[in-house]
Design a protein around this ligand. Structure first.
Ligand SMILES: Nc1ncnc2c1ncn2[C@@H]1O[C@H](COP(=O)(O)OP(=O)(O)O)[C@@H](O)[C@H]1O
Ligand SMILES: [Mg+2]
Length: 378
């Protein structure tokens, strides 16, 4: 047993190589300035094959510009782009868009109206007629549209056209798919199905996907990783679960949902509020903090002759509010309270079986494990 098996050493070094695979797409320190504004400001990202990264941010934050630089239709002022470890573009060297092996899909994907579905999908393909036909058939089967192979685009529904556009982009086996708000032209119910189907086709093709969207639900549904973008910069990056549950700041919370924020002053690593004490470790004495909680994480309790529930470790102290507005939204209700302690408004989301009438007094508590504490900024 003491002698080392030489094969083990070999096995080890191989493993070390496998554990650091080359990203399919890597962008380093990309910048683009329009006028006096850094529209894309030092953006870096890596995406592995078969992975979907969503660039998520409000309109105008620089998402499309980033995508256009990767596609090669916009030139960066500085920074580099690598595909499978090879330099594709820096400020001196530049491979033209058509040689980057990148598939593109945008909201206003236009199919060629004068070509059949088969010809549309085969458009970017090289090879013999048979090879092209095989690939076209394979892809159309994957999205359940083989029956439409000889149709013209105008006889297909919006959702079907969308799927054809997807397989047209995927047909030449692009190493990277860039998708810019590709689902925003579709109506809601259709969109969920198409998103799921698109995702499974993309995963099967093992391409790296960079999907741009301003919709948090879309990013959460599609992404392995979300890159949250704001004013030209990526401010936070991670799995959807982490972005949602460990947000960087108040703005990152409010990008995903409505929020309630309670301002307080930290003293001895504790902040006293109408909802009881909150732990605020690492905050200097006298510094202001915001305690932020999403509407779905408020708990409601009935008023019993002016009294609420007793304080607990997990939920702190209850504060009373009076229902100002209650809206039924199908799966849930949104209830707005005017709080007794300072007249401010708090929003709670509750299951739809509960729709209190305006003027009802109720007691609110904040789950300690579901609130966020940030230094007050404004
Ligand atoms: N060619 C251009 N010339 C000048 N300004 C531009 C150009 N392209 C984009 N912009 C500006 O850059 C900002 C970011 O645009 P864009 O990348 O399209 O944002 P997003 O896709 O996140 O909505 C916007 O304010 C837009 O007006
Ligand atoms: Mg855009």
């Amino acid at each position: 047993m003491a002698r080392k098996n030489p094969m083990e050493t070999i096995g080890h070094s191989r493993e070390a190589k496998v554990s650091t695979p080359t990203p399919r797409l890597e962008i380093r320190n990309l910048r683009r300035r329009f006028g006096d504004r850094d529209v894309v400001d030092d953006v870096s990202l890596t995406i592995m094959p078969g992975h979907v990264t969503c660039l998520l941010g409000p309109s105008g934050c620089g998402k499309s510009t980033t995508l256009r630089m990767i596609a090669g239709v916009e030139m960066q002022d500085s920074g580099e782009i690598y595909v499978d470890g090879d330099l594709v573009c820096d400020t001196v060297f530049r491979i033209p868009p058509e040689r980057r092996h990148i598939g593109l899909m945008f909201q206003d994907f236009a199919l060629f109206p004068h070509m059949s579905v088969a010809d549309n999908v085969a458009f970017g393909l090289k090879g013999s007629k048979d090879e092209k036909r095989t690939r076209v058939e394979e892809l159309l089967r994957k999205v359940g549209l083989y029956r439409a192979i000889d149709e013209f685009p105008h006889v297909l529904s919006g959702g079907e056209q969308q799927r054809i556009a997807l397989v047209r982009a995927l047909a030449p086996r692009p190493r990277i798919m860039l998708m810019d708000e590709p689902f925003s032209g579709l109506d809601n119910r259709l969109r969920d199905d198409i998103r799921d189907e698109t995702l499974s086709v993309l995963k099967e093709e093992d391409t790296a996907v960079l999907l741009v969207t301003h919709e948090p639900e879309e990013a959460m549904r599609m992404a392995d990783e979300i890159a949250l973008m704001r004013d030209g910069r990526i401010v936070q990056q991670g799995a959807p679960y982490n972005i949602y549950n460990a947000p960087l700041d108040k703005a990152a919370v409010s990008f995903f949902s409505d929020i309630n924020a309670i301002r307080g002053k930290s003293q001895g690593a504790l902040t006293d509020t109408p909802f009881g004490h909150f732990l605020t470790p690492g905050v200097a004495d006298g510094a202001e903090v915001d305690i932020v909680v999403r509407p779905q994480h408020l708990k409601l309790d009935f008023d019993r002759a002016g009294k609420g529930p007793l304080p607990t470790m997990t939920d702190g102290t209850a504060a009373r509010g009076v229902v100002e507005r209650a809206r039924f939204m199908g799966n849930e209700s949104l209830v707005e309270f005017r709080m007794d302690y300072d007249g401010s408004i708090m929003k709670a989301i509750v299951p739809n079986v509960f729709l209190p009438s305006v003027g009802t007094p109720l007691w609110l508590t904040i789950r300690r494990d579901r609130c966020f504490v940030f230094p007050a900024k404004d």
